[in-house]
Write a protein that binds this ligand. Structure first.
Ligand code: COI
Length: 329
């Protein structure tokens, strides 16, 4: 049995090596992405590991099957960029890492919201300019706000616990409600209700075609004036030009975006010497009331370690038993 891991970063290397040593199974690590140029590097490997938010190569599973691959293990949660039907018809098992650290993402979302509520970015900039005045950047306290959580899976629930700790009123919406939260009466019955009541909207759901551009001009108009929007889930949930318009006219007071619809050519790349080609993204970066981060909510030591170990354990389990605890299909 041997595995090949694409998109392998330096900070993951120690975990790949430790697992390889402990299990006595070869793991070849490749820095680059799994794309049409690198696909044939999988020949001779039983399992392929990857971690990328963008598109995978066309007909990838057909080709992996021809190359003899049995299992495809992503080191992250989201499977929205995988053609699972194609994997199934090729007899390739797919695994993910559903709970590498829900807290990593939940804590990051709250961190970003707190920065928006207390204008820390604005004050940092002002202090750098030696402008030490306070007004008009008066902050808001979480205990005076209603936080609307969309998606109450592991990450959403971790976020709910943190917000409750701050004394915020928390309401939630999920197409698949959690029974405990249901008993507590946490759920509203529609997006519209959540939009109407929330001072903060934080998204913790997977991207599905149904929720494509859930946040758009029409839905933003249903929200409270001065709402804050936090997205650490998937960029496709937001129509970015519509959000920019609302951030400019004050309907949305602030947004923290750790994901962006067209993030693949941008995030986790060094573009310091290049002019950004994406005009919408550039416009976003110019706004004072937006915090853009490059899909790093997940990025903690705990998460990185779990992503590598669980993905490798899952690939091994599939090769040995035909399935794994983290099987997707
Ligand atoms: C996920 O786990 O799905 C994430 O969004 C993290 C990212 C590294 C792909």
């Amino acid at each position: 049995m041997k595995f090949i891991a694409f998109n392998a970063r330096e900070d993951e290397q120690q975990y790949f090596e430790a697992w390889e040593k402990k299990n006595d199974i070869q793991v070849k690590t490749v820095k680059g992405a799994l794309d049409s140029n690198t696909l044939d590097r999988t020949i001779g490997y039983d399992g392929v590991l990857a971690l990328q938010t963008g598109v995978f190569p066309n007909k990838m599973f057909d080709k992996l099957n021809k190359n003899g691959v049995k299992v495809f293990s992503i080191r992250n949660v989201g499977v929205d960029n995988l053609d699972l039907e194609e994997a199934k018809s090729n007899g390739i098992k797919v695994t993910n890492v559903p709970a590498y650290s829900p807290n990593a993402i939940a804590e990051f979302s709250v961190t970003q919201l707190m920065q928006l509520l207390r204008n820390t970015t604005v004050f940092r900039r002002k202090v750098a300019e030696h402008d030490f005045r306070w007004a008009p950047f008066v902050g808001k306290e979480l205990r005076s706000l209603t936080v609307g959580v969309i998606g109450t899976g592991r990450i959403g629930r971790a976020a709910i616990n943190i917000y409750r700790g701050f004394g915020a009123k928390v309401i939630a919406y999920d197409v698949y409600p959690n029974s405990e939260l249901e008993k507590e009466g946490m759920y509203v019955s529609s997006y519209d209700e959540l939009f109407a009541q929330s001072d903060v909207i934080t998204m913790h759901m997977p991207a599905t075609p149904k929720d494509h551009h859930l946040i758009n001009a029409e839905t933003i108009a249903k929200m409270k004036k001065g709402v804050y929007i936090i997205n650490t889930a998937r960029g496709s949930l937001i129509n970015t030009p519509d959000l920019i318009a609302a951030l400019k006219n004050g309907q949305v007071a602030g947004a923290a975006l750790d994901t962006y619809e067209n993030e693949s050519p941008l995030f986790n790349h060094d573009l310091r010497e290049e002019e950004l080609q994406d005009k919408v993204f550039s416009e976003l970066l110019e706004l004072d009331n937006v915090l853009v981060t490059p899909h790093v909510a997940f990025y903690t030591e705990t998460a990185v370690k779990n992503m590598v170990f669980v993905a490798l354990d899952s690939a091994k389990a599939v090769c040995e038993t035909g399935t794994a605890d983290t099987i997707v299909i």
